[in-house]
Design a protein around this ligand. Structure first.
Ligand SMILES: [Zn+2]
Length: 579
């Protein structure tokens, strides 16, 4: 929120978070931090901490956390600009006008404009490759086969990234300094440090911000290679969680219709938009991030979610939907028959059929009740299980009236006649879950090595960049619970880190993990220590294979099989021992 060089950032630098929060909470110095009773939830022993050097607060009980502005916003229920002014006044900082720009801000703006220009050129280059090159002809044929004509390819700016390893690099090298190419996300470096094109042999979907400026690319393979989709990494102009695909074209239609259709992928969004339904955006993944929801909330508070019904990310989908409810969105769910995704459905059934189903999409509650109905409710225990499935959703609703309406609906739809269950339902709906019980159990355990590496990426001035390169080039963070946190941290090692701003790119759960880690006291890090932590991540695949192997051995394989498994186990154990 506080952009580099802005007035808000100046206020934040000058304001002492301990003093500001100290006006609301009695704080006591404990080690390097300050602690006190949390003002956001009821407690008798302090679990609320303030970090004076990082200028953040965090509650280990309820998970509240952020910078000085967030604290004042949440406690005094005011907007961000109001909070900036309030904090400035508390600290006696004069409020300037008109706003002037600092040299750093100008520099960063220049860098961002240069990156945007680079992406514009790159999008044009990829488009030319699609339409004019021999390789592009194959890609064009492939897209036509999938139902996209030339007009559509042009309308959505589709392109082709050629197979040769440095075609794009050669295009841009003369015009842009190496440093800028490095942070653009368009190139990677090989073992020897030589740069090459990140996107090769892929169909390219330009990803624009809400203003229509291309800030990133998604690349899809035509065959079975992996990964199927490759996206731009986090860069100074792109954060995955801050962008909704197609919002630039959809925003007016979303405002006019006062609702948005949310789909998963590029092809889905394109198919829906081409069918004449313009107010469609894609989250590009099943997991919708909080910043994306905030972005959408500027245009509407009503969403029809049309995700793949059979995605592996069912849990992620439900989590996203819960986030929408928490932000007081009116959520409807469209599940297409036969488990089709929107792209396939539109191809097979046509636009008319899709629009008809869209109009009939059911409110989220009905969708959930439908899911609960499929559970066995012939016994009291079965009914309780169905209620327990539904209640968390009800409890996440911020509006009390709505909670009680939902409870009544659930009771009648599921035919809950037992007074005991009815009473439990009524009581549960009366209060929001977050007010009742801290939800620390949501946080996944993070291994000490990962925790330490996160700290180093923020604090180890001497080798943060080297560390980030090591992690990224070997993909050591891939597949970790903390992958997203690492992604955001390694993207910001170029300059000083403002963790509160950085946290804006994270989902709430990840932000909490990161803040908890940063509140852990630690000695100054050395590269040797970093190496040993990296070692832990490097051995992860071996450990995973070992665990798999152990399961197979215990499952009593045949004698011949067992000999092979035991030999492999020994081999892996030796590998680990050598580390
Ligand atoms: Zn708290």
């Amino acid at each position: 929120m506080a952009e580099a060089g802005s007035f808000a950032e100046r206020v934040k630098q000058q304001a002492d978070i301990v003093r500001v929060i100290g006006e609301y909470v009695r704080l006591k110095k404990t080690g390097q931090n300050f602690t006190g009773l949390c003002p956001f939830h009821q407690e008798k022993t302090p679990s609320f901490a303030v970090h004076p050097t990082r200028q953040i607060y965090h509650c280990f009980g309820c998970g509240a956390g952020g910078d000085v502005f967030k604290f004042v916003m949440e406690l005094d229920k005011i907007t961000f600009p109001e909070a900036v002014r309030a904090v400035a006044e508390k600290c006696g900082i004069a409020i300037p006008r008109p706003r002037e720009r600092s040299p750093e801000e100008r520099r960063e703006n220049q860098q961002r404009s240069a990156l945007v220009e680079m992406h514009r050129e790159t999008a044009a280059y990829f488009a030319r490759q699609l339409h004019d090159s021999p390789e592009g002809k194959i890609a064009t044929a492939y897209l036509e086969d999938r139902g996209l004509n030339r007009d559509a390819m042009t309308r959505f700016g589709l392109g082709w990234a050629p197979s040769s390893g440095d075609a794009l690099l050669r295009q841009l090298k003369a015009k842009y300094p190496e440093k800028l190419l490095d942070i653009s996300g368009l190139f990677s470096r090989d073992q020897s440090g030589r740069p090459y094109d990140r996107f090769r042999r892929r169909i390219i979907f330009p990803i624009a911000n809400e203003g229509g400026k291309v800030v990133a690319f998604g690349g899809r393979v035509m065959g079975d290679e992996q990964p199927k989709y490759l996206n731009s990494p986090e860069t100074p102009i792109y954060s995955k969680s801050n962008v909704l695909y197609h919002l630039d074209h959809a925003r007016e239609a979303i405002r006019q219709n006062d609702f948005a259709i949310l789909v998963e992928g590029y092809m889905d969004a394109i198919a829906v938009a081409r069918s004449g339904v313009a107010n469609v955006v894609a989250s590009c993944g099943t997991s919708l991030a909080e910043p994306q929801i905030k972005l959408l909330s500027r245009f509407t508070h009503r969403v029809i979610v049309n995700y793949d019904p059979d995605t592996a990310g069912q849990a992620a989908t439900e989590r996203s939907l819960t986030l929408l409810l928490e932000r007081e969105f009116d959520v409807r769910v469209l599940t297409l028959p036969g488990g089709a995704d929107p792209d396939r459905f539109l191809k097979e059934q046509g636009a008319e059929a899709y629009r008809k189903l869209l109009a009939q999409s059911s409110p989220y509650l009905d969708y959930l009740i439908g899911q609960a109905r499929q559970m066995d409710r012939s016994t009291a225990a079965g009914k309780l299980a169905a209620l327990n499935y539904l209640m968390p959703y009800v409890q996440r609703l911020p509006n009390k009236l709505l909670r009680s309406e939902w409870a009544t609906r659930i009771a009648s739809e599921l035919r809950v006649d037992e007074p005991v269950l009815r009473e439990a339902l009524r009581r549960a709906a009366a209060e929001r879950r977050s007010e009742v019980k801290p939800q620390t159990q949501l946080l996944a355990p993070v291994r000490p090595a990962e925790r330490r590496l996160m700290q180093m990426l923020v604090e180890a001035e001497g080798f943060r960049q080297k560390l980030a390169r090591e992690i990224v080039s070997n993909g050591l963070h891939r597949g970790l619970e903390t992958e997203r946190i690492f992604e955001v941290l390694v993207a910001r090692v170029g300059g000083p880190v403002d963790v509160a701003t950085l946290a804006n790119a994270l989902e709430e759960r990840d932000r909490r993990t990161l803040f908890e880690v940063l509140f852990e006291t630690s000695a100054e890090a050395t590269w040797e220590e970093a190496e040993s932590c990296l070692g832990v991540l490097r051995t992860r695949p071996v450990e995973q294979e070992l665990a798999e192997l152990q399961k197979k051995i215990e499952a009593k394989a045949s004698a011949e099989e067992l000999t092979r498994l035991l030999a492999r186990r020994l081999e892996l154990q030796r590998m680990l021992a050598r580390r």
